[in-house]
Design a protein around this ligand. Structure first.
Ligand code: ADP
Length: 255
């Protein structure tokens, strides 16, 4: 075992510095493993839509294209595969942002206006599902943040709330601003069990893989929310009950 051998060699050479050296190696190995797992997961997730795309292309070229109905059906599936690939690539690029990147991206936003702008991006689906989104907080609150990281947090929480809400329901976004900015996004959707709540912030974890895939989910949204909240010096937590709904709380420092 390499770790034990290294520990032994370090022991021989430096005596009292053993612990530090072992810790460093463990840390590096852990990061390497996370990276390997991520690449493995990404490859797996990319493979499925690509295989499907190739399969349908071949079938069309082999003659299915002579049948207009079949052609439309296959092209619709292919369009969904391509959109899925696009979302995956967007999320992977999103996750590759480094906290040292764009260090000068601080901007001041008026929270109310910003939240309303984010909601407006989803007017189409909100109308289609007949979902109302309300904002509750002190108007005229200004907040300075790194939008590169702050915007994807709000976007992903809002997208999920819409995604996992039933038709004709309400989503509430409430916030308070003091030395911290606290935002709570509450939905009355499918909710989730305690066990799932522990894992949803992991990259690629999905409660219902088939459902998430069908609806275009990548399983990366909440990982982005968690990692970005931490980059901004804050945290995220969830409270949820199956069939009743979920509330995601973001707490960020107000510096
Ligand atoms: P996805 O792209 O699948 O939505 P996320 O990382 O955003 O991936 O979320 C991980 C999983 O957590 C989802 O697949 C879903 O099962 C669950 N989830 C996230 N948000 C909600 C919510 N508001 N209500 C119920 N389940 C949710």
């Amino acid at each position: 075992n390499l770790d034990i051998r290294l520990r032994y060699i370090e022991n021989e050479l430096r005596g009292d510095q053993i612990m530090g050296t072992v810790y460093d190696l463990t840390h590096v190995r852990r990061l390497e493993k996370i990276q390997r797992d991520f690449v493995g997961n990404v490859s797996h997730e990319l493979k499925t839509p690509v295989t499907s795309l190739l399969g349908f292309t071949e079938t069309l070229l082999d003659g299915a294209k002579e049948d207009p109905e079949l052609t439309t059906e296959f092209l619709t599936i292919m369009e969904n595969d391509a959109k899925r690939l696009q979302r995956l690539i967007q999320d992977i690029i999103e996750l590759s942002k480094d906290s040292d990147d764009l260090a000068e991206d601080r901007q001041t936003i008026e929270i109310d206006t910003f939240l309303q702008q984010q909601i407006d991006l989803y007017q189409h689906i909100l109308k289609k599902k007949d979902i109302t989104v309300t904002i509750d907080g002190p108007s005229g609150g200004f907040y300075q943040t790194r939008l590169t990281f702050f915007q994807p947090i709000v976007k992903n929480l809002l997208e999920n709330a819409i995604q996992y809400s039933p038709e004709n329901s309400q989503i509430e976004i409430s916030y308070t601003l003091s030395d911290k900015l606290e935002i709570i996004v509450t939905d009355h959707g499918i909710g989730m069990s305690k066990e799932d709540q522990k894992r949803i912030f992991e990259r690629f974890y999905r409660v219902d893989k088939a459902r998430s895939r069908h609806s275009g989910g990548t399983g990366l949204g909440l990982a982005i929310v968690k990692e970005y909240s931490e980059i901004l010096g804050g945290s995220v937590r969830v409270e949820s009950h199956p069939k009743l709904g979920s509330a995601f709380t973001i707490i960020l420092p107000n510096k």
